[in-house]
Design a protein. Sequence first.
Lengths: 111, 115
Amino acid sequence: DAKTTQPNSMESNEEEPVHLPCNHSTISGTDYIHWYRQLPSQGPEYVIHGLTSNVNNRMASLAIAEDRKSSTLILHRATLRDAAVYYCILSPSGSARQLTFGSGTQLTVLP
Amino acid sequence: DTGVSQDPRHKITKRGQNVTFRCDPISEHNRLYWYRQTLGQGPEFLTYFQNEAQLEKSRLLSDRFSAERPKGSFSTLEIQRTEQGDSAMYLCASSTTGYSTDTQYFGPGTRLTVL
């Protein structure tokens, strides 16, 4: 499976935008980029996914580099409830696939 | 949509005892996954069902572990002769076919402590 690299931790101030980076230089053409987050004492929660184009949903935006070797999860206005571990995961298209979680980025939101 | 549910949420047991966990997926989801998460680590895949068929098992799933999904709905994960190293959060996730990629929806997990 292609590997992703994320910073171990990041901090943000409340109500400011947060850009969480992910490097995936060995991504293949059929790999989707998924982001999940895990709040304390909860199971992981799906955030967003994309293949080539930038994506937006009610939770976040996903910006994908043109060469697809990196991506950025954007939280437009961080709240205290966004404090979580954020995981960037590559998942091949076309069939069911186990998710391979790395260690993720621990996001701390400061009031 | 009531989400994925897991029962119990917490289980404390003594070494050597057997434990069983239950997962109820989102009702229309035909795929079901089990993961294990130890402190400070991301979840690790254990096994996967499509309907009632167990299609993939991780090397992490030793002989003491068994999972079933008898009617393609809920699933159980049993650990026999528990060891202290089995202490972890056990997570269940479900998803559905028909899409180009497999977005998984996770339950709250069952936290197992083996004394």
